[in-house]
Design a protein around this ligand. Sequence first.
Ligand code: THU
Length: 134
Amino acid sequence: MKKSDNLFTQALAAYKNAYAPYSHFQVGAAILTKSGNIFTGCNVENVSYPCGTCAEAGAISTMVAAGEREIAEILILADTQQILPCGNCLQKIAEFSASDVLIHSANPDKIVKTMTLSELLPLKFQAKDIENAG
Ligand code: THU
C-alpha cells in the first residue's frame, strides 16, 4: 500500500465529519509528517462566516499540538472535480513544508492530481523577508 493510500483513507474519514452547514462544501485534509505520522482535519464553519476554518488549518493545528513540524505530504479531499488549497492555506502549509512537498488533490473516489508546493506557491512571504527588513 502506498503512503498516499493511507492519507486518502484518513482524509476521507475527516471529510465525512466536516461541519459545513453554510457552504455545504465538505473538505477533509490529511498530513503525513516526516516521522511517518498522519494528522487530519476538516473544515469547521461558523454562523459568523469569517470564523470558519479550513480543513488544512485543522490538520496543521493537530500536527503542531502533537509536537510535529515537518510535513512530508498532504492530501486535500472534497466532492468536486479538483480541489486545491486556498491561498491562505498554501501559506500555512509553506510554514512547515519544503518546496518539494507533495500536495495530493482527491475526490471521494480517488486521488485526481498530485503537485508540489512550489508548483502551487512558487513565491512566498518567508522568514528572511522579516530578517532583511529595514
Ligand atoms: N475550504 C477548505 O476547507 N479548504 C480549502 O482549501 C478551500 C476551502 C472550505 C472553507 C469553507 O468551509 C468551504 O470550504 C467553502 O469555501
